[in-house]
Design a protein around this ligand. Structure first.
Ligand SMILES: Nc1ncnc2c1ncn2[C@@H]1O[C@H](COP(=O)(O)OP(=O)(O)OP(=O)(O)O)[C@@H](O)[C@H]1O
Ligand SMILES: [Mg+2]
Length: 610
């Protein structure tokens, strides 16, 4: 199994100030500026209403409840009027709050919808080699969790932070307007608060980074373990994996505890500060009332305002955590969006020309990784209509040749062409239509057998019947209750290796490609199925140029020519008879296996060479 820690080298640190990050978001946010502005406007309304309430209470107390200068009648009337206004404000607050939430969530969902789509579209276009270097789990996380994280940041943070900002400024303005001396006194505790908040920010960022890292390690470990469960159980590695997981789990636990401690200190400090402010108001404000510089209503309003003032600070820690994880997600999403790991696309790719099916490999060298060359100056031709078999020990590069012909990769040196046209200037989709592929592993799409054969094609009944006949699937379908409509793949029936093979042939016959590439599977099947497969192969190979990585003697003998590949080099070439006469690698492979198939370890070939 791969070591999970190696997966995190790509995760770098980031800062809120990182402009590139925000720039990446703009194309998604800008088209929704209307919804966004509406949401912001509505949140202004919500803030304004919440700030008006303490002021109304003050007016009620000073002008009517405690005002001995006007008649009782007038006091009652004024109080009723205030009550009505209060009710009206509550109503406005309710309505704007409702619409603010709906608009905001709606806009947020839209932005994330677009982002998810954009990200998916991008990932699907990436080169295959990218997927081999990336754990699948990580990509899944990008498209699901990370987008969700950003959504949360967007709805619950950006806008609330904005709200809180307005609210804090509004409260300060009102307080200074009501009583600047008391307000100035309260401002004395500001520097302490700023200091604490900044310190808290530092500590919690550190804590979050650790948590995130350890959680990612756990995720990826779980993913790998589940993926490789088969291997783990066969090699009795349960205990070891348990130990490894415990280590990761403990590390995560520790970092979570660290974070809890940081938060645990911050919250009470904010509470203490809030109480100190309250005490200051009562102590100084009380004195002012006695000196008749201030009214009881003003004091009450001050107390309400200071409560409102501290509320966002109390929620700060919570929001901080959302911002942190959202920024981390944003960072990773844009990193992925910036990955341009695609094969170069020609300006005006060629397609649609009549193809005879003339395949040429000219001095092709290739490597997956820098330090490990796989193919060395491989040259061969498959003439139109010819069947060429490639044989060679495992790991010699047979599948790699196929990968190059399908242009899953580009060769490092040399050229691969069809009818003289370099694959690099050919339209990718057209090429894949042109070159039908039956791989060693057959990929089953969840759905009916019919869907698995036709895929995106429309096929007439007669055509389908012919294909079922040729691919020998008929004999299989006879045993199935629902015939062609039997569901296979996830949630459906399991097909055996042999049945999957037949299905793959039916699939390729349905597409009727000019060129057929077959990577013969080495699965052991019973004699009866073996015969069916041989017939299906025969049907698939006829009437088209074929390149076959062959293990069956019957397939090899059917080929017009055979290439013998060893360690990425062509070592022999000819017909079966030629090669047997040559008495070289091929002859040896054959005699070793008594003609039962050519699956050989490189070691066996080595020993033969000595
Ligand atoms: N995606 C990949 N990344 C890195 N190395 C790879 C990759 N695919 C194959 N290789 C390496 O390239 C070499 C050739 O692999 P290839 O799949 O072409 O062998 P093969 O001849 O098809 O073997 P087999 O008979 O077992 O199918 C092997 O050493 C293999 O480890
Ligand atoms: Mg292979």
């Amino acid at each position: 199994m791969r070591r999970s820690t190696a997966h995190f080298q790509g995760e770098k640190d980031f800062h809120v100030k990182d402009l590139k990050l925000w720039k990446g978001l703009f194309p998604y946010i800008l088209p929704r500026w209307r919804g966004l502005s509406l949401a912001i406007f509505l949140s202004f309304m919500v803030t304004a209403t919440s700030l008006a309430m303490p002021r109304l209470v003050q007016v009620g107390m000073d002008d009517y409840i405690l005002n001995e200068n006007i008649s009782v009648e007038e006091r009652f009337q004024g109080l009723s009027l205030l009550g009505a206004i209060f009710l009206g404000i509550i109503l406005v607050a309710f309505v704007s709050n409702f619409f603010q939430v709906v608009t905001l969530e709606w806009t947020g969902q839209q932005i994330m919808h677009a982002l998810r789509q954009g990200l998916f579209r991008h990932v699907v276009k990436l080169n295959l080699s990218f997927f081999q270097s990336q754990p699948v789990g990580r990509l899944v996380t990008r498209l699901t969790n990370d987008i969700q994280n950003m959504y949360e940041m967007f709805t619950s943070v950006i806008v609330t932070l904005f709200n809180d900002g307005i609210r804090l400024v509004g409260i300060l303005a009102i307080m200074f307007w009501m009583n600047w001396r008391l307000s100035l006194l309260l401002c004395g505790i500001f520097p302490i608060m700023v200091l604490i908040t900044v310190l808290f920010g530092r500590l919690s960022r550190d804590a979050f980074r650790r948590i995130r890292k350890h959680l990612a390690e756990i995720n990826s470990y779980v993913q790998e373990t589940l993926w490789g469960m088969f291997v783990i159980q066969i090699f009795l590695r349960e205990r070891e994996t348990d130990r490894e997981f415990r280590e990761l789990n403990n590390r995560y636990f520790d970092s979570a505890m660290y974070q809890i401690k940081v938060f645990g200190i911050f919250m009470p400090i904010i509470e203490v500060m809030s109480s100190v402010a309250m005490a200051l108001i009562i102590w100084y404000g009380g004195g002012e009332i006695i000196r008749q510089n201030m009214t009881l209503g003003e004091l009450t309003a001050f107390i309400s305002y200071i409560r409102l003032f501290f509320q966002p600070l109390r929620e700060l820690s919570q929001k901080y955590s959302i911002v942190q994880s959202a920024l981390a997600s944003a960072e990773r999403i844009f990193q992925l969006l910036e990955t341009k790991d695609m094969l170069p696309v020609w300006d005006r790719p060629m397609k649609g020309f009549p193809v005879k099916g003339d395949i040429r490999f000219e001095n092709v060298s290739f490597r997956y990784a820098e330090d490990k060359p796989i193919l060395h100056r491989v040259s061969f031709r498959v003439a139109p209509g010819e069947t060429l078999a490639i044989v060679g020990p495992t790991g010699s590069g047979k599948t790699t040749i196929i990968n190059l012909l399908e242009r899953f990769y580009d060769p490092g040196e040399g050229r691969v062409s069809v009818d003289g046209v370099d694959l690099r200037i050919m339209d990718e989709h057209w090429l894949r239509e042109l070159v039908g592929l039956v791989m060693q592993e057959v990929f089953i799409v969840p759905g009916s057998i019919r869907e698995n054969i036709t895929l995106d094609r429309e096929l007439g009944d007669a055509e389908l019947d012919r294909i079922l006949e040729l691919s020998q699937l008929n004999s299989l379908l006879r045993h199935l209750p629902d015939g062609l409509d039997t569901r296979v793949g996830e949630g459906g029936m399991d097909l055996s290796a042999g049945e999957k093979q037949l299905l793959a042939f039916a699939r390729v016959l349905a597409r009727n490609p000019r060129i057929l590439v077959l990577d013969e599977a080495t699965a052991n099947v019973d004699t009866e199925t073996e015969m069916l497969i041989e017939k299906a192969i025969q049907a698939a190979l006829s009437n088209r140029t074929s390149l076959v990585v062959a293990h069956r003697l019957s397939t090899i003998r059917r080929a017009d020519r055979i290439l013998v590949l060893d360690h990425g080099r062509i070592v022999e070439e000819g017909t079966h008879e030629d090669l047997m006469r040559l008495n070289g690698v091929y002859h040896h492979l054959q005699s070793l296996h008594n003609g039962e198939g050519l699956k050989l370890s490189p070691g066996a070939v080595e020993s033969f060479k000595l």
